[in-house]
Design a protein around this ligand. Structure first.
Ligand code: SAM
Length: 252
C-alpha cells in the first residue's frame, strides 16, 4: 500500500481492491493476455469497474439501476476509460439474458448477494459466466460485524436479534436484507464448483472507530488502513468483519 495520504473512502475499498488487483494480475498471467474481460454484476456506479478499466481491462457492468448505470457512464468518461466500460441493465438472477455464459476471465459480485432473493442461484450464475480458469471476487455483508456494531452502539437487543435471525437482520429498520458468515459465503462459492483461493475480513475496525479520530489524528488513516490489511487474512477476525471477501478460482 502507498504511504501517500489517502481519502477516508479508501477504508471501504482498499483491502478488496488490493486482493482484486493481485487476482487480476494473476489471471492476466494465466491466460497470457494483459486485457481481461471482466464482468461486474451489481457493479453500480463503478467503484471497482472503473479502477479495473484503468488497469486496461474491458469491464461489463450488469446492474438493474438505470441511475447507477448513468453515473457509471459519466464516471468512466471522466476517468478516460469510457471505451473499456460497458453498462448493461440486468439482474444477476437473469444474467444470461444480457451477457454470454463462459464469457469472462473474472467476475465481480460485490455488495449484491445481500439484496438477491436466491443468493445460491446468483453465485451459480456468476460462476457460469466464467471461462475455464476464471476467478470470482465475492464481497458481502458479514453477520458478526453487524452484531458487534449494534452492540457497541448500545443496541443490545438488536445485536442479539441479528445473531439469531436466519438472515442476520437486526430488526424491521435494518436496511440490509441478508448477511453471511464466512462459512456460508465460502459454501456458496465451493457449492458452485470453485476452489476457495482466499477469504478476507473487510472493515474489521473501520466502522467502529470514531470518524473524528481518523480525520484529525495525523497518520491515523494510514495506520488504520495498514491494520485493516494486516487483520484481513486472519481468520480469527472474519467473525467480526463488517464485510467478507471470498476469492474463488475455476480450475480447468
Ligand atoms: C451496495 S451496491 C454495490 C455496488 C458495487 N458493486 C460496489 O461494490 O461499489 C449494490 C448494487 O447491487 C445492485 N443490485 C441490487 N440487486 C441486484 C440484482 N438482483 N442483480 C444485480 N445487481 C443488483 C444495485 O443496483 C446496486 O448497484
Amino acid at each position: 500500500m502507498s504511504d501517500q495520504p489517502r481519502p477516508r473512502a479508501s477504508l471501504r475499498t482498499a483491502v478488496v481492491w488490493e486482493v482484486l488487483k493481485d487476482a487480476l494480475d494473476r489471471q492476466a498471467e494465466t491466460v497470457g493476455r494483459d486485457a481481461l474481460d471482466v464482468l461486474d454484476t451489481g457493479g453500480g456506479t463503478g467503484n471497482f469497474a472503473v479502477p479495473a478499466a484503468r488497469l486496461g481491462h474491458r469491464v461489463t457492468v450488469v446492474d438493474p439501476s438505470p441511475n447507477a448505470l448513468f453515473a457509471l457512464e459519466r464516471r468512466a468518461a471522466e476517468a478516460g476509460v469510457a471505451d473499456r466500460v460497458r453498462g448493461v441493465q440486468g439482474d444477476i438472477l437473469g444474467l444470461f439474458d444480457v451477457v454470454d455464459r463462459d464469457g469472462f476471465d473474472a467476475v465481480l459480485c460485490h455488495g449484491v448477494l445481500e439484496y438477491v432473493d436466491e443468493p445460491a442461484a446468483g453465485v451459480r450464475n456468476a460462476v457460469a459466466a466464467l471461462r475455464p480458469s476464471g476467478a470470482l471476487s465475492l464481497l458481502a455483508a458479514g453477520l458478526g460485524g453487524a452484531v458487534l456494531s449494534r452492540a457497541l452502539a448500545g443496541h443490545f437487543t438488536e445485536a442479539r436479534q441479528a445473531l439469531t435471525d436466519p438472515a442476520g437482520r437486526w430488526g424491521e429498520g435494518d436496511p440490509v436484507p441478508r448477511r453471511f458468515t464466512a462459512e456460508q459465503l465460502s459454501g456458496l462459492v465451493s457449492g458452485a464448483g470453485l476452489e476457495i483461493a482466499a477469504v478476507h475480513g473487510v472493515r474489521v475496525f473501520a466502522d467502529l472507530v470514531p470518524g473524528a479520530l481518523v480525520d484529525t489524528e495525523p497518520g491515523a488513516l494510514e495506520a488504520l488502513l495498514k491494520l485493516e490489511a494486516a487483520v484481513a487474512e486472519q481468520s480469527a477476525f472474519h467473525s467480526v468483519a463488517a464485510q467478507l471477501h471470498v476469492l474463488g478460482e475455476k480450475r480447468r
